[in-house]
Every structure is written in C-alpha cells, then in structure tokens.
Ligand binder design. Sequence first.
Ligand SMILES: Cc1cc2nc3c(=O)[nH]c(=O)nc-3n(C[C@H](O)[C@H](O)[C@H](O)COP(=O)(O)OP(=O)(O)OC[C@H]3O[C@@H](n4cnc5c(N)ncnc54)[C@H](O)[C@@H]3O)c2cc1C
Length: 434
Amino acid sequence: MTDEPPDRFDVAVIGAGMAGMAAALFAAERGLSCIQVGNGGGILFASGLLDLLGVQPTAERRLWRSPYEALAALALDEPGHPLARVEVPSIRAAFETMVTCLGAAGLRYAPLGDSNRSVLTAIGTIKTTYGVPLSMVAGVEALNVRPPCLLVDFRGLREFSARQIAATLGDRWPGLRHRRIEFPGCEALPELYAAHLARALEIGETRARTIERLKPLLEDAHAVGLPAVLGLARVGEVHAAFEAGLGVPVFEIPTMPTSVPGLRLLAALESAVSARGVIRRHQATVRALAFDRDEGAATLDLEGVPGGERVVARAVVLATGRFTGRGLTADRGQVRESLLGLPVRQPVSRESWHQSDFLASSGHAINRAGLETDGAWRPLDASGKPVWPRLFAVGSILAHQDWMRSKCGSGLAIATAWAALDQVARQLGGNGAG
Ligand SMILES: Cc1cc2nc3c(=O)[nH]c(=O)nc-3n(C[C@H](O)[C@H](O)[C@H](O)COP(=O)(O)OP(=O)(O)OC[C@H]3O[C@@H](n4cnc5c(N)ncnc54)[C@H](O)[C@@H]3O)c2cc1C
C-alpha cells in the first residue's frame, strides 16, 4: 500500500456483473463520481438478451407476454420480491437508460415497448425475454410468423447446430430448412470458435465471400438465421452488410456460452461506464471494507492492484452476486455473505436447501437465500437495522428471488441498481431521478 492519501469518490460499486455495471452507469448518469471494482461476472456467459420478467409464478411456469403484467402479478403473489419493490416507471426508466447507453456504445437494441419477445436458442428451444439486440430481432418476427426460413451453420463450429434447431422445432415450423457451409479461409481447420469468426467477419473480403456462399442456398427463404458471429465491435455494420447482400432479413441466434453476444454486452458496458468517467479496477477485488461512522465514509482495501490500493467513498453499492459471483459462499452448515459476514436470509437447515426432485418446478429454497434490505435497499444487521446508512445491495445477492426460474436476471440487476442509486443520490445530493 502506498503512503499517498486515498482517492475519494461519491460511490464505490463492488462487483462488475450486470448489477454492478448498471449501478456504476446509473451513478455516473446522476453526476456522482464512482469507482467500480470487480470483473465482468456472469455477463460473459449471458446471451445479450435482457430479461425483465418472463415467468410468474415459477411453480406454475406461467409465461407472460407482457413483463409489466407479470410484474403486477408478482406484486400480488410475492410483494417481498426485489423486483416487486421497484416502481414500474423506475423499471421503465432504468431499461430505457440502459439500452440508450448500450446503443451509444455500439450495441443497439430493438425499441423496448410493453411486450416480451420469443427468441430461438442454440438448442432450438424458445426463450422469453424483453430486450433484444437489433441483430437478433428479425428472428423474433420469423418465429412469430414461421415463413420459409433458412438456418445456416459453419462446419467445425461446435457451439451451434442448425440441424439440431430445425429438428427440435420439427413440424411446428415446416418451412424451416438448414444447411452447413465452410467458413471462408477455414476449410482446413477441424474446429472453429465463434469469437474468431466474429472478428473475421469484420473484414470486408471474408464477409463478401461468406455472403456469396449463402446466396445459392436462399431459394424461397424469407429470412436467414445464423449463429451469433456477425462481428464483435462492429455488429451493426456486419449485420447490415449481410441483409443488403442477401436481400432478406438476417438474424443471429445466440450460441452456447461463452457467446459473442456476451462478449459484446460486456465490452459495451465497459465502454459505457468508462465513457462516463467511472474509474474501473476490473482486475481487483475488495479485500476489506470498513465504515467510519463519524466521517460518514467507507474505506475499501483492494487487492489485485500492484502494491494494493485504498479508496474512500461516501456510499457503497454491494453487487457481488451469488455463489458464482462469490458474493455468497456456503459451507456444510450455512450460507454466508463473503465480504462483511452480513446476515443471510436462508433456510433453517441444510436439509431444506434443496428439494429431492432436482427439477421440481417450485425450485430450491437455497436459490432464494440472500440479503434482506430495508425499503432503501440497505442490508440489515442481525438486529434488523441498516448495517451502515449508505451501504446498499443490488442484483442477485438479494433474498426472495430466483432469477433463473423467473427469467428476470437483467431485470433484477438493472431495476434494483436504479432504485438503489435513487437512494444514493437522495442521500448524497446527486440529481436523483437520473
Ligand atoms: C450462463 C448465464 C446466462 C445468462 N443469461 C442471461 C440472459 O439471457 N438474460 C438475462 O437477462 N440475464 C442472463 N444472465 C444473468 C445475468 O447476466 C447476471 O448474471 C445476473 O443478472 C446476476 O448479476 P449480478 O451482477 O447480480 O451477479 P454476478 O454476475 O455474479 O456478478 C458479481 C460480481 O461481483 C464481483 N465480486 C464478488 N466479490 C467481490 C469482491 N470482494 N470485490 C470485487 N468484486 C467482487 C464478481 O467478480 C462479479 O463481478 C445469465 C447468467 C448466466 C450465468
């Protein structure tokens, strides 16, 4: 640790998954100085699709056409669910701000509207989601109408099989054909990787050769589906070139993780927060966090920075995720919060963590374990009081939700980050509503 006085910030965000990214972005949008610590979390494994709320109640696996009607049902069924505690206008504002910022960073989404959309997955199942990247949106229309359509994959790309998607959909989409082609310049390679293809398609000549190989396969196709490899940083340009070259709508289908859309989302979020002046420590973790009640400031000790680093912040947002993010850990007896040892709401005994049927539709109690907060998103200590007046918690570390089953991963992250940053701005005197 150096002898320099520590840098001081309005807000320190711990975590750089979807919740941490949203919190850093919304802090900067509110004019607050911000440092963010942590790596990209689950974003790398995500599909680029931004779920708001697809399933409610999870035990019935009821799918909703409108995420806002689903939210109304959630508020009645589970008023303690974190998403049910965020006002709908705030959720709308949070998503609009998020997709506007992503668009400015080069990753454009279709206008959000009031409806969920159905998209094809890499295994031919149908996923309900809310925010859809522009490069995938023609697939939503194709899936709705099911016209003659061509799916194409590339020999050697293991993460995606057009044949499997067509087989899974079977006679529910009779006009769906599939073909496999060689990726130009890779004819001798046994195995291909999505990120390499995406980079290669940013080169005009490779793109033109690929389009030429696709043209003779078109026949009566009204649309063409491809694995999500249409560029990394320049997806808009590559996608437009395919549509112009083929003369029909072209859509991407996310491949298995780690997918190119996940890489794009992470890159766009990193670029969006950096462009707004957020100081990022993406190789570092917070080793210790202490609160000075007199000064009204928190001190964070970072590791993973040469020589270590200490920073001081007036507010702290904990966005450290669950077990994979390492915000929560579990030993043989109980679930713990990793950084501060905060109380975790959890089943009374390990025996009740899981149901005997792994696929039970009601899910497992352990997935709803997490932090309890007060109405201002401040984690509570053992006596039920806020741990510190300006410590906030957002995203999947929160209790009373099972984001995987509800299909609300990004929604939970984005909405709670927005609501918590409203509270931060209110306390610090930023420009509140963003
Ligand atoms: C395979 C997969 C697919 C997904 N697909 C979708 C999808 O299609 N649509 C959708 O909406 N969502 C999807 N998600 C969910 C979404 O991307 C987020 O993972 C989820 O919303 C949880 O985000 P989070 O930020 O709360 O936690 P995480 O993503 O787990 O992030 C936690 C962060 O905290 C950091 N951290 C932990 N401890 C410390 C510390 N002491 N110091 C500093 N940093 C720390 C971690 O490094 C990480 O950056 C998917 C997730 C996964 C894993």
